[in-house]
Design a protein around this ligand. Structure first.
Ligand SMILES: Nc1ncnc2c1ncn2[C@@H]1O[C@H](COP(=O)(O)OP(=O)(O)O)[C@@H](O)[C@H]1O
Ligand SMILES: Nc1ccn([C@H]2C[C@H](O)[C@@H](COP(=O)(O)OP(=O)(O)O)O2)c(=O)n1
Length: 238
């Protein structure tokens, strides 16, 4: 980084299937920033609890397990990785058994406090050094604009209609968005967002957070819309 150049922190929140991961990854690539997938941290914590035989209904046991979670996040947007206790779980944490169970960790307030601390530390590391060499980070999740990094330089709420989000997830998981595929996807999108909404507000933009509605945009169009928000915010900062 050039001397005197500012680092950039971009925070992106939104519901399941709004495009947070794919859009944030591409925005990070284009801007040379690190990419932090905070949802993957909740998924990794869930994988760890299941691996260790921790009963997800026991809130105290879950919180203890999360405090001891041996987690390493790889923040290269070209190859984001998740390792737990040295095991690469990047693919395993996307399995349906994790998607179905992750809200037990996401609704545990002690687990949230612990993962929030680690997320803030990862973001702070990228502001000064880290993988990006101090250029900064795009961090995405449900409470990044509001709780984890409310002081981010750019804050975006990425939304899309429930219909669009269900169709995208169905295509991703089943290769089609026909009625059966959408029905099979509903638990992972609608039920999970309803459960998660009991502890975090990610359906309505907080003050100072810019909403990007991707319902009628394709992926490149959504990336461009977010890049435009970043450019405007950085121009205002200069
Ligand atoms: N604007 C968009 N238009 C069409 N498909 C999209 C768009 N944004 C994302 N997708 C696709 O929808 C799926 C879910 O996107 P993802 O980035 O995983 O969302 P999230 O991280 O918010 O759950 C992926 O298959 C992705 O390629
Ligand atoms: N900052 C965050 C990020 C994710 N979560 C929760 C919400 C989800 O149920 C899980 C997994 O998040 P993830 O972004 O991977 O979920 P999607 O499948 O992309 O919708 O973690 C959260 O509570 N707070």
């Amino acid at each position: 980084m050039e001397a005197g150049e500012l680092s950039t922190v971009v925070a992106v929140d939104g519901p399941s299937g709004s495009g947070k991961s794919s859009v944030s990854k591409e925005v990070a690539r284009r801007l040379g920033l690190a990419y932090l997938d905070t949802g993957a941290m909740y998924r990794a914590a869930t994988w760890w609890c299941l691996d260790q035989g921790v009963p997800l209904a026991d809130a105290r046991a879950v919180a203890d397990a999360v405090r001891g979670l041996p987690l390493e996040m790889g923040v290269d947007p070209d190859d984001p990785t998740v390792r737990v206790g040295g095991t690469d779980v990047t693919a395993d944490i996307r399995e349906t058994r994790i998607s179905a169970a992750v809200s037990a960790v996401a609704t545990n307030l002690d687990a949230r406090a612990e993962l929030g601390r680690r997320q803030r530390a990862a973001i702070d590391a990228e502001r000064t050094a880290g993988w990006s060499g101090g250029r900064g980070v795009v961090a995405e999740g449900r409470d990044i604009t509001t709780v984890v990094a409310p002081d981010a330089d750019v804050r975006v709420l990425l939304t899309a209609s429930e219909e669009a989000r269900l169709a995208r997830r169905a295509r991703e998981l089943h290769g089609t968005a026909d009625a059966a595929a959408v029905a099979a996807t509903r638990d992972q999108v609608v039920r999970r967002d309803a459960d998660d909404s009991t502890v975090v507000q990610f359906q309505v933009a907080a003050d100072g957070v810019v909403t990007v509605d991707s319902s009628h945009l394709d992926l490149p169009g959504t990336v461009q819309a977010v890049l435009d928000v970043v450019q405007r915010a950085l121009a205002a900062r200069r």
